[in-house]
Write a protein that binds this ligand. Structure first.
Ligand code: PPS
Length: 347
């Protein structure tokens, strides 16, 4: 007779311990030593996140950050698209790739890479796919045969490799989103992809963590993250372009043009009249991308997250359906305080 597993009260704890050990095991010796010295808090999809260089980071990202900061040599032609998670990363990656490579890959063609690859595959994250725990590098390296390399990252500006910040003329396009929608999108996403061995937090519990700058979202506190790029975009507007998700939703054609100009590849009059911008916008649209087979059934090697989870509602203001009056008041107040004196604001 098959024996029934003996369930004890300690089993969830034991599973959580195994998960933690698994996450730490993937670190190099240097990484293991480093995390012993860092403040830590319970993570959203990893057992813990660690405060490293002012940013809350998961162990697999820490694994990638160390070699990224030491080894990455930026070229003048490189493009980096940093963002906070759930702020429009997937969209910006697709748009940037489609704009920059529009002569090599016609946006209207039936074999455009964005029709068969998720944007995270085509534009890899430094700290995760390029230097982190990648299992399928070959698929995106084959796509890096384009003239300009494009990389994503969720790191704050000070944590970028020196060659990006100082030693090269590479361009940075940052995207952020209003903290209300950002939080709701994060909460729903992480609850879908959270490993079963980790405890679930209620919306209220997670909101408290998010609101306390110190126990914030992965890669947060979000206000510090935004300000790190905002300040740089003001000091060096030719180096850093600062975008907001809401502005792109309002007028995507204008922003596609802005991105092309910033990257030194403006659309010609013939391209504008020939509908190239419209084709790019359509190719990268939420409606188009969500329905692609690769985005309905594929997986990107970040914690084996299914691509379908990167596409939910894509609406501005969905937070009204999730946050209570007191949460809205609290987050408004914190955001105002954190951004005060910066001229960065969200309507
Ligand atoms: S991640 O995990 O950091 O890459 O997520 P990210 O792409 O930053 O954010 C996911 C939210 O963006 C919406 N989304 C889009 N909006 C507009 N256009 C396109 N093409 C697009 N693709 C994804 C996605 O639905 C998430 O927002 P919510 O509010 O959860 O729907």
């Amino acid at each position: 007779m098959a024996s029934t597993p003996h369930v004890t009260e300690n089993q969830p704890k034991a599973r959580a311990g195994q998960q933690e050990a698994k996450e730490e095991d993937m670190l190099s010796e240097e990484g293991k030593e480093l995390i012993q010295t860092l403040p830590r808090e319970k993570g959203w999809i990893t057992s813990y996140i660690y405060l490293y260089q002012g940013c809350w980071i998961s162990p697999n990202a820490i694994k990638g950050i160390i070699p990224f900061q030491k080894q990455f040599q930026a070229k003048d032609s490189d493009i980096v698209v940093p963002s906070l998670p759930k702020s429009g990363t997937t969209w910006l990656k697709a748009l940037t790739f489609a704009i920059v490579n529009r002569h090599q890959y016609l946006p209207s063609s039936n074999d455009h890479p964005l029709l068969t690859y998720n944007p995270h595959h085509i534009v890899p994250f430094f700290e995760l796919a390029v230097y982190g725990n990648s299992t399928n590098q070959s698929s995106f390296t084959s796509l890096m045969t384009t003239k300009r390399r494009i990389f994503g990252t969720h790191l704050m500006f000070p944590s970028l490799a020196k060659s990006i910040k100082e030693n090269s003329k590479c361009k940075i396009i940052y995207i952020c989103r209003n903290p209300f929608d950002n939080f709701v999108s994060l909460w729903i996403f992480f609850n879908k992809v959270k490993p079963e061995s980790l405890p679930k937090f209620t919306l209220e519990e997670d909101f408290e963590r998010f609101s306390k700058g110190i126990i914030s979202t992965p890669y947060g506190p979000i206000w510090d993250h935004m300000l790190s790029y905002w300040n740089e975009s003001i000091a060096r507007p030719d180096k850093v372009l600062f975008l907001k998700y809401e502005d792109l939703k309002k007028d995507i054609d204008f922003h596609a043009k802005k991105v092309a100009e910033f990257l030194g590849c403006p659309f010609s009059e013939e391209e504008v009249s020939g509908g190239v911008i419209e084709n790019i916008v359509k190719l990268c649209s939420f409606e188009k991308m969500k329905e692609l087979e690769v985005n309905k059934s594929g997986t990107v090697d970040r914690f084996n997250i299914e691509n379908k989870h990167f596409f939910r509602k894509a609406q501005v203001g969905d937070w009204v359906n999730h946050l209570s009056h007191s949460m809205i008041e609290k987050l408004s107040k914190i955001t105002q305080e954190k951004l005060s004196g910066s001229s960065l604001s969200f309507s």
